[in-house]
Design a protein around this ligand. Structure first.
Ligand code: NAP
Length: 346
């Protein structure tokens, strides 16, 4: 495993981050699912044993049962790392989603953020997290109020660096400037990014270069679509078998031949499609001189082994060009405009 500095900070992170979004997946419809607490812990520990030191979660992550199980992923991550040296981990979490049914239990108000940092640390049994993100913009709360809460959390030593996820590029620039004036480090942008979904490239890449922010690229293999598993239908218990959005967003009739062509290119490189897709991203970051860490997921130990081996795949600029040419024919059926931030009146 290689380690690199994230953004312009002194924080060393592994070349891959491991995300716990679907951990544990408790239920598939009405049927108990197979990624239970025990398997989640086994996979997280295996990722660590294979050299991953960077782990991502969020207060709402819960195995898709909402909101009753909000917080479950954080608890499971905390359980998994219990007994290891906390200082050997870089832990990232995110707040914004609904945690209870009462008012002030979602958003980015000072009240919610101060409540959730304490709850999150209790859930993970930690004294601090390394990176705390705003999970999405809150159009109803002035950003100054949220950053004021971040400043207190920073000064209490409960989070070291801060970040955003899926904010408008102009809002990210505003937030970086405001944060700097308050003495807190806005370090991370969590953004959807993979070979098939590259909308963030022009503006977020420029922000990364100009403001020293690192990009945590989530859904780096398009939730499993950039593997060979969906080329001949939907396997039982795959994510697409219970998240219908995946089929609508990616697995249309016109897109399957493109996945096949990408898979053939990978085979010729001696790689699996997921390995090639991750190797593409790592080489792309090098060419573009941006700090990008793919945030991978896995529901089997074999997925981890497959994906971590991507770090041994060598890509040249011609490969990057050829792969992007093939992928440019892929059509994503998904549109989610950014919510905008609000500023305080005074
Ligand atoms: N900030 C945000 O709003 C946001 C949003 C989304 C995600 N994230 C972060 O990003 C992380 C990763 O997202 P993601 O899980 O969608 O990432 P991903 O790496 O694109 O997809 C992971 C899923 O693909 C399948 N898979 C992985 N490797 C495979 C392999 N080698 N062969 C076959 N199937 C394979 C597995 O699903 P199945 O086995 O179930 O099919 C696995 O759970 C999350 O855990 C979270 O931390 C953040």
């Amino acid at each position: 495993m290689n380690y690199k500095k994230f953004g312009d900070s002194g924080l060393s992170v592994s070349s891959l981050c491991f995300g716990t979004w679907h951990f544990p997946v408790l239920q598939h419809g009405k049927i108990p699912y197979w990624v239970d607490r025990e398997l989640s812990i086994k996979i997280i520990r295996k990722a660590y044993d294979m050299g991953i030191n960077f782990f991502d979660t969020a207060n709402v992550y819960n195995g898709s049962i909402y909101p009753e199980n909000a917080g479950l992923s954080e608890r499971v991550l905390g359980e998994a790392i219990n007994g290891y040296n906390r200082e050997s981990f870089v832990i990232s979490t995110k707040f914004m989603g609904r945690m209870e049914k009462f008012p002030n239990a979602s958003g980015l108000s000072k009240k919610y953020l101060m409540w959730q940092i304490n709850e999150s640390l209790k859930r993970m049994n930690l004294d601090y997290v390394d990176i705390l993100h705003m999970h999405r913009p809150d159009p109803e709360t002035p950003i100054e109020e949220s950053l004021n809460a971040f400043k207190i959390i920073n000064d209490q030593g409960k989070a070291l660096y801060f970040g955003e996820s899926y904010f408008h590029p102009d809002d990210v620039k505003d937030i970086v400037i405001l944060s700097k004036s308050m003495g807190i480090k806005m370090l991370s942008m969590q953004e959807p990014y993979n070979l098939l979904e590259r909308e963030i490239e022009p503006e977020k890449f420029a922000i990364s270069r100009n403001y020293g922010m690192g990009i945590m690229a989530y859904i780096p293999i398009a939730q499993g679509v950039l593997t060979d598993k969906y080329l001949n239908g939907t396997p039982e218990l795959s994510r697409a078998s219970f998240v219908s959005e995946i089929k609508e967003r990616y697995l249309t009739e016109g897109n399957i031949p493109i996945l096949n062509a990408l898979n053939e290119y990978a085979k010729n490189k001696g790689a699996t499609l997921s390995q090639m897709s991750l190797a593409w991203m790592i080489k792309k970051a090098e060419i573009e001189k941006v700090s990008i860490i793919p945030v991978i997921g896995a529901t089997k130990i074999e997925h981890l082994e497959d994906n971590i081996a991507a770090l041994d795949i060598k890509m040249n600029e011609n490969d990057i060009h050829e792969i992007e040419m093939i992928a440019s024919e892929f059509r994503i059926n998904w549109d989610s405009p950014y919510n905008r931030i609000k500023h305080s009146i005074s």
